[in-house]
Design a protein around this ligand. Structure first.
Ligand SMILES: *Cc1c(COP(=O)(O)O)cnc(C)c1O
Length: 384
């Protein structure tokens, strides 16, 4: 059994993917070829945004989104400490400082209530755990919300708080793309959305890739300039600092047929998740994921919680001994990572994130997972 099975999907789409790749080899436009332009149009349509700007990775999508909004040195950006390193890395990379705010245990996503409290405290010049990095509310410029494990962060509440405080919201939909809130697709839920096409993400290519979603003509144009070394009207005119941030044409050729079946796969992921949850609902000490009303998760991961660290180790060893792949995303919250030591946080500052980090584990999840495999996994956990 595989944790994420990419081969079943390839088998299904082989003819189209192979022929699309060969078309690129034949026309030879390896960089910014017609497949890239076609994919951007399809992605924008899918997400329901005016623009989609494809790029080289999910990490670069975040970096470019921050750069396009002029966020850098001296600026502070709020995010969650319970996410993949790239979210906070991008903030640091542009010269800004991440300010971590704890999550809600039910969703694993940043807590809107705590965001509001923190912003109010800093506004009122109260002493906070963020004192070392931010005492002046004016330095806070943006919030990066993360759709962790595929479940969109609470955009309704976060957008409202951001508006009250004049902040930009960047949605890190690297795991959430394919999910939605009340029919509005992940990637379109904030001022700007970023996603990743790393092979293991819900919509993955065969290498690195990413995309950025926005309704703003200005931001889309700035992103396109940043994507190619900050180019101006003319190729050899450079008006800002930029990157080599393009998506390869071959990757766009791979993604086009995958996008066609993406909604069917998202539906299949719902069935896998439902079956897991039904079979694990009554297992003592196990907390299955909870999806708020109106939300659809892209189920990048099916992540549950054990009673504690020891219980998790027991379950994981039992599964591994039976050749079931399992993983922990993420064992160390970002405020406890060495790279962020200089932020001055204490390991106890974000108790919910630390609690989750000690208890979460993820089971095999992909659209082609068979019911009998799901039942085997659940039986192993249930009879431990
Ligand atoms: C994967 C991921 C990224 C980064 O995407 P890459 O394409 O690997 O650079 C960013 N944020 C989150 C939450 C991710 O899961």
């Amino acid at each position: 059994m595989q944790f994420i099975d990419l081969k079943s999907q390839y088998k299904l789409l082989k003819e189209k993917i192979d022929s699309n790749i060969h078309t690129v080899l034949d026309h030879g436009q390896y960089v910014m070829g017609p497949e890239v332009i076609a994919l951007e149009a399809e992605l924008a349509k899918y997400a329901g945004t005016k623009h989609c700007v494809s790029c080289s990775s999910g990490t670069d999508a975040l970096v470019m989104a921050l750069m396009a909004h002029g966020i850098g040195e001296g600026d502070v950006v709020i995010t969650t400490p319970f996410t993949f390193i790239a979210t906070a890395e991008a903030i640091k990379f542009v010269g800004a400082t991440p300010l971590f705010i704890d999550i809600d245990i039910e969703t694993f996503n940043i807590s809107p209530k705590l965001v509001e409290e923190t912003l109010n405290d800093i506004s009122a010049n109260k002493n906070t755990i963020h004192a070392k990095i931010c005492t002046d509310i004016k330095n806070i410029k943006a919030i990066i919300s993360v759709d962790l494990f595929g479940l969109p962060a609470n955009a309704t509440k976060i957008n409202k708080i951001a508006k009250d405080f004049g902040l930009i919201v960047i949605e890190d939909a690297a795991q959430g793309f394919g999910g939605s809130i009340d029919g509005n697709k992940a990637g379109s839920l904030a001022d700007i959305g970023c996603t990743s096409f790393f092979p293991a993400k819900p919509l993955g290519c065969y290498g690195d890739g990413g995309a950025i979603f926005t309704d703003s003509d200005d931001i889309a144009n700035t992103l396109k300039s940043i994507r190619v070394h900050g180019q101006g009207e003319d190729k050899y005119q450079n008006v800002r600092l930029g990157l080599t941030g393009r998506l390869d044409t071959i990757q766009a050729a791979v993604l086009l047929p995958k996008l066609e079946v993406f909604d069917v796969e998202i539906e299949q992921r719902q069935n896998v998740a439902k079956l897991y949850t039904a079979n694990l609902a009554n297992v003592d000490g196990i907390t299955t994921p909870s999806i708020p009303d109106g939300y659809v998760s892209a189920w990048a991961q099916y992540t549950l919680m054990a009673k504690d660290d020891n219980h998790r180790t027991l379950i994981m060893e039992h599964l591994k001994n039976n050749d079931i792949p399992v993983a922990v995303y993420y064992p160390i919250p970002l405020h406890e990572q060495k790279v962020f030591e200089s932020l001055g946080y204490n390991s106890k500052d974000f108790p919910t994130s630390s609690n989750a980090a000690q208890r979460v584990f993820s089971l095999p999840m992909h659209p082609y997972l068979e019911s009998k495999d799901i039942e085997t996994i659940c039986d192993l956990i249930g009879t431990l």
